[in-house]
Design a protein around this ligand. Structure first.
Ligand code: NAP
Length: 323
């Protein structure tokens, strides 16, 4: 029997890697996307012929129920959300509507249409915020520091609650930052690698950025989507931290990315108070021992390999635009 999976947020970074991975596993892939006046299929253009795209919005319960009723997926990967921490202060209510309540709308749709559907929730290390222990694992208490982090805590607990209240096979992946050449341009890794490429090619002089001190545990998105799938295949649902266990500062990120093209970050990076957040998360580093033991998961791409992959991809793309 061919398995069918519904991915919300298929036009995003993780949605595109997960769709590729599920197609490779022989799945039929249904992607939920919201209507947009301009096309945003860039990340999935190469697989568009092999997937079914359906219209819907995680703010609209009926559209979610219709998709489940019409396509009968066996698994739902709920990735759609307002995902940018920085924007969550200026659009706090919208972040709550999508990133938090969107999870309930999808879980209620599953409960009403077919409670046998297995569910994956895209939880985040931002839930740990002002960290209570180092490193952070599944038992670490949450202390979110942004409206995004607060919304993700709600999404995490409603997933646990529907598992316990309604017996839904619902798992929560607490994923630490994961990046790729497909990362949105506003996220710090891609902001840096894109600027490095543009500066190297003479299209930009400086990179304006917030604090250089925050430390993050950065992995490769292609590795992390395999963990999502693996959680959904387990006999029993659960919560899993997915992380590399290594942490690096934004300063180290800049230093290494500029060094890759023989530039000194100190000549180009300008710290700009406009990018400082109302509350910062200083340090994140995850302990993925449970995922390693239960799922057999471990990362395959190191921080340095990841940044090199992103800088090279940006150099190639920007050079191609200019030619
Ligand atoms: P992303 O690239 O920003 O993609 C977000 C996706 O959500 C896009 O496809 C977007 O569609 C969609 N979306 C937003 N609002 C929607 C709505 N109202 N209805 C339907 N779709 C909507 O994010 P990502 O990096 O792939 O992350 C995937 C998930 O993992 C997110 O829930 C994120 O919070 C979570 N997460 C990510 C990380 C990370 O480091 N990447 C870490 C932990 C957790 P448009 O294309 O139309 O905007």
């Amino acid at each position: 029997m061919t398995k069918r999976a519904l991915i919300t947020g298929i036009t995003g970074q993780d949605g595109s890697y997960l769709a590729e991975f599920l197609l490779d596993q022989g799945y039929e892939v249904i992607g939920l996307m919201r209507r947009s006046a301009t096309s945003n299929l860039e990340r999935i253009a190469h697989i568009q012929e092999r997937i079914t795209l359906v219209s819907g919005d995680i703010g609209d319960q009926v559209s979610l129920m219709n998709v489940l009723r019409d396509y009968h997926p066996h698994e739902v990967y709920h990735l759609a959300a307002q995902t940018f921490v920085g924007a969550s202060w200026s659009q706090a209510a919208l972040t709550g509507e999508t990133t938090a309540l969107g999870v309930t709308r999808m879980l209620d749709s599953i409960r009403l249409i077919d409670p046998e559907i297995r569910f994956y929730q895209a939880s985040s290390s931002e839930m740990f915020g002002r960290v209570r222990t180092v490193p952070q694992n599944e038992d670490t208490a949450f202390y979110p520091r942004s409206p995004y982090g607060v919304a993700k805590v709600y999404g995490h607990w409603i997933t646990v609650n529907y598992r316990e209240s309604h017996g839904i096979h619902a798992s929560s992946g607490i994923l630490f930052n994961h990046e790729s050449p497909r990362r949105g341009l506003e996220f710090v890794t891609r902001k840096v690698t894109n600027a490095v490429a543009r500066i190297k090619l003479g299209q930009q002089q400086e990179l304006r950025i917030g604090s250089l001190e925050p430390k993050r545990d950065w992995g490769f998105a292609g590795d992390y989507v395999k963990a999502m799938w693996s959680m959904v295949q387990q006999e029993s649902p659960g919560d899993f931290v997915i992380a590399t266990g290594q942490t690096h500062s934004v300063r180290e990120l800049c230093e290494y990315a500029f060094k890759l093209v023989d530039l000194n970050y100190e000549d180009h990076v300008v710290t700009d108070p406009a990018f400082i957040r109302p509350a910062e998360v200083d340090l994140l580093v995850g302990d993925a021992s449970k995922a390693n033991e239960v799922l057999g998961w471990k990362p395959s791409v190191s921080f340095h390999e990841l940044i090199e992959m992103m800088v090279m991809a940006d150099l190639k793309a920007i050079a191609a635009q200019g030619s």
